[in-house]
Design a protein around this ligand. Structure first.
Ligand code: BEZ
Length: 235
């Protein structure tokens, strides 16, 4: 009798599931090959499709920016290697889009025709498609722990400025021991840890010199943009 391995979807805080794969840049062993750097593992539905093409051109154009923040990119779809190679060549040789042209995708693109990795990472959502991965994004930290997961449907291209914002926010939260409020961007005020880790409500309200407290459970402080970027780039 044929047995099919059933995977639980990984969650934030889990160790990133391990796999070996063939990519457009050679074989990889994930996440082991990426220990010591951040890595974004992302899936796309199919090669030679328009939304995916716009995404790859955008992500490839921003690769250096992610690299400077010590973050590598790894793509995946359930297409085969020769399809990947042909699609990336077409992008480089033929597509000019929104001022981007001659775009070379240098990061690895995993072939996953068996859907092993897509299954392991919960990238297949049958209600959306039985045959294609959705647009999943996994942020994995230098210790191999999943720190953020974002999903988009087939019909919606990702916002790559948002993915960069998430990366910088995660790294800054770690570095400075703070949390980030809604819509935070470098230079905005950050949230000071809540009571328990930081004294009583009375102490917090009394020591609010450098903090702005909206109530006992909600205090922010300034965090300079240059200080953030100096700490998070190349770390
Ligand atoms: C696209 O990337 O354009 C796409 C892929 C699969 C389904 C729908 C759109």
């Amino acid at each position: 009798m044929e047995s099919k391995e059933v995977f639980a979807m990984p969650r934030i805080g889990d160790a990133a599931p391990e796999f070996k794969a063939v990519t457009t840049q050679g074989n990889i062993h994930f996440p082991n090959d990426y220990k010591g750097s951040w890595v974004i593992l992302f899936s796309h539905p199919a090669d030679f499709t328009p939304v995916c093409t716009s995404e790859f051109m955008t992500f490839a154009t921003m690769e250096k920016q992610f690299e400077e923040a010590n973050c590598k990119l790894v793509g995946l779809s359930v297409d085969g290697l020769y399809s990947h190679i042909a699609w990336l060549r077409t992008i480089k040789e033929k597509i000019e889009y929104k001022g981007m042209k001659d775009v070379e995708v240098k990061f690895p693109l995993i072939e996953d025709i068996t859907m092993e990795v897509a299954n392991k990472y919960g990238m297949l959502m049958p209600g959306e498609s039985n045959t294609k991965a959705v647009r999943a994004v996994f942020f994995v930290d230098p210790k191999g722990i999943i720190r953020t997961i974002i999903y988009y449907p087939l019909s919606l291209g990702r916002n790559f400025d948002e993915l960069y914002r998430v990366l910088i926010a995660l790294k800054a939260a770690d570095e400075f021991g703070v949390a980030m409020p809604a819509d935070w961007r470098p230079g905005d005020d950050v949230i000071v840890p809540t009571a328990g880790s930081c004294g009583t409500a009375k102490e917090r309200m009394e020591s609010k010199g450098e903090m702005t407290c909206y109530d006992w459970f909600f205090c922010t402080k300034k965090l300079d943009k240059d200080e953030v970027m100096k700490k998070v780039l190349k770390k």
